[in-house]
Design a protein around this ligand. Structure first.
Ligand SMILES: Nc1ncnc2c1ncn2[C@@H]1O[C@H](COP(=O)(O)OP(=O)(O)OP(=O)(O)O)[C@@H](O)[C@H]1O
Ligand SMILES: [Mg+2]
Length: 224
């Protein structure tokens, strides 16, 4: 069984009485341990697809199974619990909390889940070392470079050991060399921690460095 089975997913938005069809029949399997890139024109629906895949937004029609569980049939509380345990997000902007240090930001999701404080901080420290920021634990986001802040955001997304990591243009605000560094890190995390990942990017060169490449076009997900 694939980790994720997406079947005939449709998603539309309604705005001022007009319907905007974004996803029109997306079907896809994502296997455990895969590293997938997703490209597509601006407005094609990449973020919309990632929101549905991350269960932040329900589709109009279609199904999403994780490990055989039909997630949109869970109760709201059940879905929130499932999402917290299973999915990590990295967005284009890092959304770090400015008043907290890098270490505290990374530990935060674990602290919110009432993981023991010492254990959460130890795990956060290990992850920050993993992303090359062992010497920046006490820096607040305003005291980090853009690439460093994005690496902190990646560490934070990993602290609860998600089965699936979703990254929406994690290198969009970075210069090309720093962006390549983040992609390199994503490949290492995928390889070393075995975390399944879907990475949206506008950068075709970086997209092609991923083992599996998808394109979102005309409401469908195709092989790139
Ligand atoms: N909340 C919303 N209400 C109405 N329309 C929306 C909403 N969110 C997105 N859209 C529309 O849906 C389409 C897909 O948006 P989406 O953000 O998924 O595109 P994208 O592929 O991520 O683009 P980009 O590369 O620019 O980030 C766009 O045409 C957008 O205008
Ligand atoms: Mg987007």
């Amino acid at each position: 069984m694939a980790l994720v089975e997406i079947r005939d997913v449709f998603k539309s938005y309604w705005l001022h009485g007009k319907r905007i069809d974004v996803l029109s029949g997306v079907s896809l399997d994502i296997e455990r341990g895969e590293l997938v890139s997703l490209v597509g024109a601006s407005g094609a629906g990449k973020s919309t697809f990632l929101h549905v895949l991350g269960t932040l937004d329900a589709p109009v029609a279609g199904s999403l199974h994780f490990d055989g569980t039909s997630v949109f049939e869970l109760s709201d509380a059940g879905l929130a619990r499932f999402r917290n345990r299973t999915i990590g997000f990295v967005f284009q902007s890092h959304f770090l909390l400015p008043e907290f240090t890098a270490l505290e930001n990374v530990a935060m999701p674990a602290l919110v889940q009432r993981v023991d404080r010492a254990a959460a901080l130890a795990q956060a420290r290990a992850l920050l070392e993993r992303v090359g920021l062992g010497a920046r634990l006490d820096h607040r986001p305003g005291e980090l470079s853009g690439g460093e802040a994005q690496r902190v955001a990646l560490a934070r997304a990993l602290v609860l050991q998600p089965a699936l990591l979703l990254a929406d243009e994690p290198t969009g605000n970075l210069d090309p060399a720093t962006g390549e560094g983040i992609h390199q890190l994503l490949r290492e995390v995928n390889r070393d921690l075995g975390i399944t990942m879907v990475v949206v990017t506008h950068n075709e060169v970086l997209a092609r460095s991923m083992p599996r490449q998808l394109r979102l076009q005309a409401g469908k997900v195709l092989r790139a």
